[in-house]
Design a protein around this ligand. Sequence first.
Ligand SMILES: C[S@@+](CC[C@H](N)C(=O)[O-])C[C@H]1O[C@@H](n2cnc3c(N)ncnc32)[C@H](O)[C@@H]1O
Length: 217
Amino acid sequence: MTGEQLQDIPADQYWEDFYRAKDTVWSGNANPILVREVTGLASGTALDLGCGEGADAIWLARRGWRVTAVDVSSTALDRAAGHAAEGGVADRVDWQRHDLGHSFPTGAFDLVSAQFLHSPVDIPRDRILRSAAAAVAPGGTLLVAGHAGWPSWADDDRPDVHFPTTDEVLDALDLPAGQWRVDRQETLERSLTSPDGRPGTRTDNLLRVRRLTGPEA
Ligand SMILES: C[S@@+](CC[C@H](N)C(=O)[O-])C[C@H]1O[C@@H](n2cnc3c(N)ncnc32)[C@H](O)[C@@H]1O
């Protein structure tokens, strides 16, 4: 299927088919970037955008966070809720189905996390990330992690796909001056294994910003 044909598929249909095609898609481990950045933060309320099968939300819940976790796929959310029940944290996660291009959870959160909120079908990612920033409580953190490129073994790169840099994400957020502080802006390479078992690498972008509680010192 070409990039243009993909653009015509609604996000809910694409991602529902994506999850239904396999019993399990992701590893079940929390994203290392989330683990690194959140370890040391006092727990509070968290919002996980594009939570998939729930590994990040469950990791947060186990560390005392009260989590609202959102995905467009009800299959992914059902699996995530099952894993949370198995892990004894069902009462700490509110699983909500939203197509974030059309609706967004209500509330203010101490942590809003968007980990690899990428989609081969069109989503208004910049607008979603602006809503994410608006949902951060005073003193809270917005953490956006995204791929910086294709994995090293990929030979089917789509030149029409652009992976935003941290500067581009920051520009898109359009944060009001003096009300936010950039805590981390980083590009990291990690090792991983290709689906057919070959060693490789992938580079990711990380942006972590904090909403200030008062004028910047
Ligand atoms: C690349 S996966 C990342 C999943 C998870 N955050 C992780 O890091 O493993 C992108 C996730 O975003 C969800 N997603 C894509 N478009 C969405 C939308 N418009 N609204 C809500 N969730 C969406 C997908 O269903 C999928 O679970």
